[in-house]
Design a protein around this ligand. Structure first.
Ligand code: NAP
Length: 257
């Protein structure tokens, strides 16, 4: 399927690895020029080189997108037709441990950073009459993950913001949606499995196997599968999809609709 976005320009945040990279690669395959971002420059430059193999222009900006200075660096590369927001997720823990500071950090990274990026980029999309925004959130907005309370809280706040804002810009050709990952095979899941294996006193392999067995699909998702859905939401075909929360979780969230 031709996604109809060849020659568009996208900012894909937090994209040297994992789900962000999956999104960047699927957009590159669709002919989209990219600005990619991560804090560490080594993996970022390597990712940029791989993405250039798809014949698109790629600019790599090493910066912490959750800081104001970092955002200024990526925003200076605009204008953008497509925005994919992403950043690392908050650490796991227990409700009684989390302080106000922990919450502010999580809100900053996983709610206020995507909102700041949309606030900066969406007006240009509205002026040009076309834009696509995909926010990478989490399955935890549909069904909470107890040990990820900081993530549950921050991402649900972003989801509420998108629900209203997406409906205010849809008539101007700007579509904002959220993509909700369940468990995907990335460094993030490896870190969560490590924490689980230590807590439960089991091997890393056993923790991983037990986790995958609990997913109806019987496995983790891949960054490529995730990226393909992201690219579709950024495509010409997605113009009637507004303010939706698309769950990619192998069936893990048990709900009828
Ligand atoms: P990942 O494999 O750990 O990759 C994270 C990427 O983001 C790396 O490129 C990392 O590079 C970059 N990054 C992290 N913090 C950043 C920051 N502050 N500024 C700029 N770049 C940053 O993570 P992932 O699994 O792809 O997860 C992506 C998001 O989806 C996270 O918020 C995660 O919590 C959420 N999620 C993931 C899963 C899953 O199963 N994987 C499930 C639900 C939700 P640097 O470290 O060099 O900055």
């Amino acid at each position: 399927m031709d996604l109809g976005i060849r020659g568009k320009r996208a900012l894909v945040c937090a994209s040297s690895k994992g789900l962000g990279y999956g999104c960047a690669e699927a957009l590159a395959e669709a002919g989209v020029d990219l600005v990619i971002n991560a804090r560490g420059s080594e993996a970022l430059e390597a990712a940029a080189e791989r993405l250039r193999g798809h014949g698109v222009n790629v600019t790599a900006i090493a910066a912490d997108v959750t800081s104001e200075e970092g955002r200024a660096k990526v925003l200076a590369e605009g204008p953008f037709d497509i925005l994919v927001t992403n950043a690392g997720g908050p650490p796991p823990g227990i409700w009684s441990d989390w302080t106000r500071e922990d919450f502010l950090k999580a809100l900053d990274a996983n709610m206020l950073t995507p909102i700041a990026l949309m606030t900066a980029i969406v007006p240009g999309m509205v002026d040009r009459g076309w834009g696509r925004v995909v926010n990478i959130t989490s399955q935890s907005v549909k069904a909470p993950i107890a040990q990820l309370g900081l993530s549950n809280a921050a991402r649900t706040g972003l989801t509420g913001y998108v629900a209203g804002t997406s409906r205010q810009v849809a008539a101007q050709g700007v579509n904002i949606n959220n993509l909700l990952p369940g468990s995907h095979d990335t460094d993030r899941i490896a870190a969560l499995n490590k924490a689980a294996s230590e807590k439960q006193g089991v091997s890393l392999d056993d923790a991983r196997r037990a986790h995958q067995a609990g997913i109806p699909a019987g496995r983790y998702g891949t960054a490529a599968e995730f990226g393909a859905m992201c690219a579709f939401l950024c495509s010409q075909h997605a113009g009637f999809i507004v303010g939706q929360n698309v769950l990619l979780d192998g069936g893990a969230t048990v709900a009828t609709i």
